[in-house]
Design a binder for this molecule. Structure first.
Ligand code: KG4
Ligand code: ZN
Length: 337
């Protein structure tokens, strides 16, 4: 290690993934992720169980990140952590751990906004988008259209007024009897289904905003009516149901994305967050990009879902600006970009 080297340990604990990553001079060296399986049987993330699992996982995960990077903790330049948005109890584990470690090592602390970090996941590897670009961030907790002017200069230009799109995937999957998280399963079954088999509503909100709660109710009543006539309706039509639900969700996402790209005159378009792993969305976006001459950017799967590598990337840019946090910093369940 050189004295000019910048090495940062980053910690992510906002939801149900405990993750640690080391970044050296802007290059991510690793991304250790412990996914909590304890929530599967409850059909959603149970906040109290998430906090306890973070407490169990955080030391082994940080230890592994340090070990595999070959960087000694005494050589670290800073410790970064997710300050919000997220589950309060889950965030607290990461914040407290990061603070203690920074205090013990006498190095700066860097707070990171989880939603900014999802966007900055695009700078972990090549190819990287050019500023300004639009990023559609789609996860279990958020659906945002973000105008990205610079690494740390972003503006939310549209967002959901109720459920996130990942939530719509997970909740409709639950209605179909699929386990949590249902998004990847809808994706899987949709690949063998007909997206036009059933029609679910496309909710149109003003300007660049979204609403995903209507489709959940529509699917609920549709299934109730069909099951009254045929108790095995879901089993017999699972692929078509998944393909049709996914089709409506993707349509809603892309309608606003098209408006946003035109309105702001950008050429580079990115997607981020857990739902950007969806193959239907990736294919639809690729087709759209070809038709409209957009350059599209889709992160590698491990950087789409929650991970500390994206926190590390954001931390590197904040370190370069000398943007450090005080030791009194507290987590924020809600946090604006
Ligand atoms: O970004 P993420 O890991 O966590 C949050 O910050 O929320 O996103 C998790 C969400 C879940 O709703 C999950 O069902 C969804 O991403 N997801 C998918 C796929 N993979 C993950 N949704 C649809 N298709 C997928 N392939
Ligand atoms: Zn996330």
């Amino acid at each position: 290690m050189d004295t000019n080297d910048i090495s940062i340990l980053a910690i992510e604990s906002s939801c149900d993934e405990t993750s640690a990553s080391i970044i050296l001079n802007g290059k991510v060296l690793n991304n250790i992720v412990a996914t909590q399986s304890v929530h599967e049987k409850y059909g959603g993330v149970v906040p109290e169980l998430a906090s306890r699992a973070h407490q169990e996982n955080i030391i082994p995960v940080v230890h592994e990140a340090l070990e595999s990077s070959g960087i000694r903790k005494n050589d670290l330049s800073a410790i970064a952590f997710t300050r919000g948005p997220g589950l309060m109890g889950a965030l607290l584990v990461g914040v407290s751990f990061a603070k203690s470690m920074a205090y013990a090592l006498k190095i700066p602390l860097i707070e990171i906004n989880h939603m900014q970090a999802h966007v900055l996941a695009h700078f972990i590897e090549d190819p990287k988008p050019n500023f300004p670009f639009i990023c559609l961030t789609v996860s279990g907790g958020h659906t945002q259209l973000v105008l990205v002017k610079d690494y740390l200069d972003m503006q939310v230009i549209g967002e959901t007024r109720d459920d996130a799109v990942g939530e719509a995937f997970d909740k409709t999957a639950k209605l179909l009897g699929l386990p949590y998280p249902g998004g990847p399963l809808i994706d899987k079954y949709a690949q063998s289904g007909n997206p036009k088999a059933f029609e679910f509503p496309i909710t149109r909100m003003p300007e660049l905003d979204y609403s995903f709660s209507g489709i959940k109710t529509a699917v609920l009543y549709f299934l109730r009516d069909q099951l009254q006539q045929n108790p095995t309706f879901i089993e017999e039509n699972l692929n078509d149901l998944c393909a049709s639900i996914q089709h409506s969700l993707i349509e809603m996402l892309l309608i606003k994305l098209k408006v946003a790209v035109k309105q702001y005159g950008v050429k580079d378009v990115a997607i981020a967050g857990g739902v950007s792993a969806n193959s239907g969305l990736r294919n639809a976006l690729t087709d759209l990009a070809t038709k409209r001459g957009w350059n599209i950017f889709i992160p590698k799967f491990e950087y789409c879902t929650d991970n500390a590598a994206m926190i590390a990337m954001a931390a590197h840019y904040k370190y370069l600006k000398g943007d450090f946090s005080s030791m009194d910093v507290t987590p924020l369940a809600k946090m604006k970009i």
